[in-house]
Design a protein around this ligand. Structure first.
Ligand SMILES: O=P(O)(O)O[C@@H]1[C@@H](OP(=O)(O)O)[C@H](OP(=O)(O)O)[C@H](O)[C@H](OP(=O)(O)O)[C@H]1OP(=O)(O)O
Ligand SMILES: Nc1ncnc2c1ncn2[C@@H]1O[C@H](COP(=O)(O)OP(=O)(O)OP(=O)(O)O)[C@@H](O)[C@H]1O
Length: 521
C-alpha cells in the first residue's frame, strides 16, 4: 500500500495545499520522474503517490532570464485552474475534470528536477526549457496511476487520446469549399507531412471517432494505433508503453503493445481458447475503449439513454468506407465525454474566417481603450462572469464590442476543446469482484458464448484544459490558410512512403473494412 501521511505545501499567505506525502523542506527530485510533456508544459510523476506536477515551459532563448515574474507565473497557473474549474468544467461536465491546485516549490528542488529529467526529454521538445525560476507548478492527480488501484493487482491501462476537431464547419464565412468536405485534421496531416513534422500520414479521422457509430469509432481507433503521432499514448501502471517518436522512420512496435495487452484479454478473464489471435486481442481492446468513450464517464457502463442522432457528416478524406456500415448509428450519448467535447468545440460557430474580423474589432477597441482589457476579461479572471459572457452571447451581430468579445471568448473555449486530451483508465475487474457480485460464472459463460471482451471498470477524464491566449487568434488564421492551400496545391496527394506501413496484423482488406473486425455488443 502507498503511504497516506499528509503534508502541506505553503502557497501565498494562509493558503495551503495537500500534496500527499510531501514535506516542503524535504522535496527530493529522486521522488519524481519524467512523465511526459507537450508544447507548453512538462509533467513529472511521483514515484509512489498518485500525483503529477505540471511545470510551465518557455522558449530556450529566454532561458538566461525568467520570462515572467513569480507573480505572473503564479497567476498564469491559477488562470489554468480557474478556467478548468469554472468554465470548462461547466461545459464539459464536472465528472470529467480534475483542475488541480497551484503549488509553490523550493527553487533548488525545481533546478535539480530540471537537470534530472533533461536527458529523458525528446529532442524535438527541447526548443523549450522548463521554468526553473518561478517555483510554481500545477499539482494534479496522476490519471495514469489511479490512487485507488492496489499495487498487488493487475496494473490499470490508461489510454490518452487527443481527438482534435470532430466536425466540419458550416459557417457562411468559410471561403474554401474544401473546408466543408475534408476535416481540419485530415487536411492538416498533409501539411504536417509536407513540412516534415511527421514522416507518415495518420489515417485517423476525428469525424469517425466522434460519429457515435461503433464501426467508425473502431476504425478510427485502429488508425490511431497504427500511427499514434501525438494523438494516442497508452500507459500501463503509470508507464507509457506505446507512443510515437517524432521524426522516427520506424514502424510502430505493435508486437510489444500486444505483449502488454494480451494478459488483460486472455488469462485474467478465463478465456477458454488458450490462444487469442493478435487481431482478436486488438479488437477486444478497441471494443472496451469504444464502450468507455460512449459511456457516461465512469463505473461499469450503465444503460445509456438520450442518444442524439449521428447527424454529422463524413469527411471525404476518411478512408472509412461508408457503404460498409452494417449497424445503424445511434449517435453519441449526451452524457458521454465525446458528446460534451464536441458540443464545446462547436462553440466555434463562425470558423476562424468569420471570427477574425471580430477579433480585429476587439483588438481595435483595446488599442483605443486599453483599460477595457480588464473589464472585458480578455486575460481572465476566468470566473462565473466570464462564463456568463460567452453563454449569453446575442445571436446577431449588433456591431458592438460586447458581441465581438463574446464570440472571441466562445472561440477560445472551442480551441481548448479542440486541443484537449481524453484519458480513459481501464481497471480489470478481478475474479473476486465478479464472484462477490455472483457474476463470474455467468459472465464467463456469456463472454464465451458471445465472444465479448472481458470486464473492466473504467473512468474517463479530460486533461489539458488551458485557456488559449487572445493573441493566438491571428496565428490560427495563418495556419488555417497554410493548411488549406497546401491541401489544395497537392490535391490531397501525399509523397510516396508517407502512408502508414502495414502492421502485419490487419490485411489490406481489413484496413479498409472495419466490419470484418466488429463485434456487436
Ligand atoms: O493549432 P493546432 O491544431 O496545430 O494545435 C496545436 C497542437 O498541434 P497538433 O496539431 O495537435 O499537433 C500543439 O501540439 P504539439 O505541440 O504539436 O504536440 C499544441 O497542443 C498547441 O497548443 P498550445 O499552443 O501549446 O497551447 C496547439 O495549438 P492551438 O491551436 O490549440 O493553440
Ligand atoms: N494529470 C495527469 N496525469 C497523468 N498524466 C498527465 C496528466 N497531465 C498531463 N499528463 C501527461 O503529460 C503530457 C503533457 O501534458 P499536457 O498535454 O497537459 O501538456 P501541454 O504542454 O499542455 O500539451 P499541448 O502540447 O497540447 O499544449 C500529457 O500528454 C499526458 O501524457
Amino acid at each position: 500500500m502507498w503511504p497516506c501521511r499528509r503534508f502541506y505545501l505553503p502557497l501565498t499567505g494562509a493558503q495551503f495545499v495537500i500534496v500527499g506525502v510531501m514535506e516542503l523542506d524535504k522535496m527530493d527530485e529522486n521522488d519524481w520522474k519524467y512523465h511526459g510533456e507537450g508544447n507548453k508544459s512538462l509533467v513529472v510523476s511521483h514515484v509512489q503517490l498518485s500525483r503529477v506536477l505540471r511545470l510551465l515551459k518557455y522558449p530556450a532563448e529566454d532561458s538566461e532570464n525568467p520570462p515572467q515574474t513569480v507573480e505572473q507565473a503564479f497567476r498564469q497557473i491559477q488562470n489554468i485552474v480557474d478556467f478548468s474549474s469554472n468554465v470548462m468544467s461547466s461545459l464539459l461536465g464536472e465528472k470529467f475534470i480534475h483542475s488541480g491546485e497551484v503549488v509553490k516549490l523550493p527553487l533548488e528542488f525545481v533546478r535539480q528536477l530540471s537537470i534530472k529529467v533533461q536527458h529523458q526529454r525528446p529532442a524535438w521538445r527541447c526548443e523549450k526549457v522548463m521554468d526553473i525560476y518561478s517555483g510554481c507548478a500545477l499539482c494534479l492527480p496522476n490519471l495514469t496511476a489511479p490512487a485507488l488501484h492496489q499495487p498487488a493487482h493487475t496494473p490499470p491501462l490508461c489510454i490518452e487520446i487527443k481527438p482534435k476537431c470532430g466536425f466540419l464547419p458550416s459557417s457562411k464565412h468559410v471561403s474554401k469549399d474544401i473546408k466543408t468536405k475534408v476535416c481540419r485534421f485530415c487536411m492538416h496531416q498533409h501539411y504536417k507531412v509536407a513540412s516534415g513534422k511527421w514522416k507518415r500520414r495518420s489515417l485517423y479521422c476525428p469525424l469517425d471517432l466522434f460519429s457515435g457509430n461503433r464501426q467508425r469509432m473502431h476504425f478510427a481507433i485502429r488508425h490511431l494505433i497504427e500511427e499514434p503521432q501525438n494523438n494516442l499514448k497508452i500507459f500501463k501502471g503509470g508507464q507509457c508503453i506505446y507512443s510515437s517518436k517524432e521524426g522516427s522512420d520506424d514502424a510502430m512496435d505493435l508486437t510489444s503493445l500486444l505483449h502488454h495487452l494480451r494478459p488483460y484479454f486472455q488469462h485474467g478473464n478465463k478465456r477458454i481458447n488458450s490462444h487469442m489471435t493478435s487481431k482478436a486481442v486488438l479488437n477486444d481492446f478497441i471494443q472496451v475503449l469504444v464502450n468507455a468513450l460512449l459511456s457516461g464517464g465512469g463505473g461499469d457502463g450503465g444503460v445509456v439513454t438520450d442518444r442524439q442522432g449521428e447527424g454529422r457528416s463524413f469527411c471525404e478524406a476518411s478512408v472509412f468506407n461508408k457503404e460498409r456500415i452494417r449497424h445503424g448509428s445511434q449517435g453519441l450519448p449526451s452524457d458521454s465525454v465525446l458528446f460534451r467535447t464536441l458540443q464545446t468545440q462547436m462553440l466555434d460557430t463562425l470558423d476562424i474566417e468569420g471570427l477574425y474580423p471580430l477579433f480585429r474589432r476587439v483588438e481595435q477597441h483595446l488599442q483605443d481603450f486599453p483599460k477595457e482589457r480588464t473589464r472585458l476579461q480578455m486575460d481572465g479572471p476566468y470566473d462565473e462572469a466570464f462564463l456568463e459572457k460567452l453563454q449569453k452571447c446575442p445571436t446577431d451581430d449588433d456591431g458592438c464590442v460586447e458581441y465581438a468579445v463574446a464570440k472571441v471568448h466562445q472561440y477560445r473555449v472551442a480551441m481548448t476543446a479542440k486541443d484537449c486530451s481524453i484519458m480513459v483508465t481501464l481497471v480489470p475487474r478481478s475474479e473476486e469482484e465478479e464472484d462477490d457480485e455472483g457474476l463470474s460464472s455467468q459472465r464467463w459463460l456469456r463472454d464465451f458464448l458471445s465472444s465479448r471482451p472481458p470486464a473492466f471498470s473504467y473512468s474517463v477524464s479530460i486533461l489539458d484544459l488551458d485557456p488559449k491566449p487572445f493573441d493566438s487568434i491571428p496565428r490560427q488564421l495563418r495556419l488555417d490558410q497554410k493548411i488549406v492551400s497546401c491541401y489544395l496545391r497537392t490535391g490531397g496527394a501525399l509523397p510516396k512512403g508517407s502512408m502508414p506501413p502495414h502492421s502485419g496484423i490487419f490485411t489490406a482488406a481489413e484496413r479498409e473494412d472495419c466490419t470484418l473486425l466488429f463485434h456487436p455488443v
